[in-house]
Design a protein around this ligand. Structure first.
Ligand SMILES: O=C(CO)COP(=O)(O)O
Length: 254
């Protein structure tokens, strides 16, 4: 697709609920070798360890939170506000990850409140996750599901805010399963999503918005995926804690 190169490659590392001093050192080691990567690199440690990462990471790497609440402060036991995350050093937040949706019952209505708050009350950027389950894919509902999820976010994203949003397409059946989507499967959905976003906004926004893929991305699978016209990067789980994360950050390069 024309303009694909105008979209800077984006690689997110979602550490999920994994952390130890040894992991931190290993990840920082890999990240230290990504200075020459032509990519935005954003890592999301568990909230409690964000500050440790902020004070030890290489300076070209940005920091994300894995979740947040849609208020600045108050009686919300267990929650963390975007303002607090910003103070800790985050410039990004992941919203709507399928694990949040499935295990913690976060639905489109709730996620709308979160993206609205983050975009309109703070200057934090959003990695907005979507993706269908295996059952939805097998019953031919993939496009319908991802359209519904993207539309919910879009209701709260003003046209001039798309440069603060990265859409992460993460088919649930590919997350943590070792079953990566084929480059063709992923490209097909990304292309569909870009057209859908264009329909709801305009061609200029659709051309510029980054749509990244997540689900069992590894050093071995990243290259071919990265060559697809509408795949602008990755959201990586397991492999973001391993040395191969360097390769993934450079998937477009060598
Ligand atoms: O959920 C993911 C990233 O957010 C993907 O996880 P895996 O890369 O471990 O499949």
């Amino acid at each position: 697709m024309a303009g694909a190169n105008a979209r800077r490659f984006f690689v997110g590392g979602n550490w999920k609920m994994n952390y130890s001093q040894a992991v931190l050192e290993k990840v920082n080691d890999a990240l230290g070798k990504t200075k020459d990567a032509e990519a935005d690199i954003v890592c999301a440690p568990p909230a409690l360890f964000i500050k440790d990462f902020v004070s030890s990471k290489p300076s070209h790497v940005q920091v994300a939170a894995q979740n947040c609440y849609h208020a600045k402060e108050g009686a919300f036991t267990g929650e963390i506000s975007p303002e607090m995350l910003k103070e800790a050093g985050c410039t990004w937040v992941i919203l709507g990850h399928s694990e949040r949706r499935t295990l913690f019952n976060e639905d489109d209505e709730f996620l709308k409140k979160k993206i609205d708050y983050v975009l309109n009350k703070t200057d934090i950027n959003v990695i907005a996750c979507i993706g269908e389950t295996l059952q939805e894919r097998e019953s031919g509902k993939t496009n319908e599901v991802v359209e519904r999820q993207v539309k919910a976010y879009q209701e709260k994203i003003a046209n001039n805010q798309y440069d603060r949003v990265v859409i992460a397409y993460e088919p649930v059946w590919a997350i943590g399963t070792g079953k990566v989507a084929t480059p063709q499967q992923a490209q097909e959905v990304h292309d569909h999503l870009r057209k859908f976003i264009e329909k709801n906004t305009n061609g200029d926004i659709a051309k510029k918005v980054r749509i990244i893929y997540g689900g069992s991305v590894t050093g071995a699978s990243c290259k071919e995926l990265a060559q697809q016209a509408d795949i602008d990067g990755f959201l990586v789980g397991g492999a973001s804690l391993k040395p191969e994360f360097e390769q993934i950050c450079k998937a477009r390069q060598n």
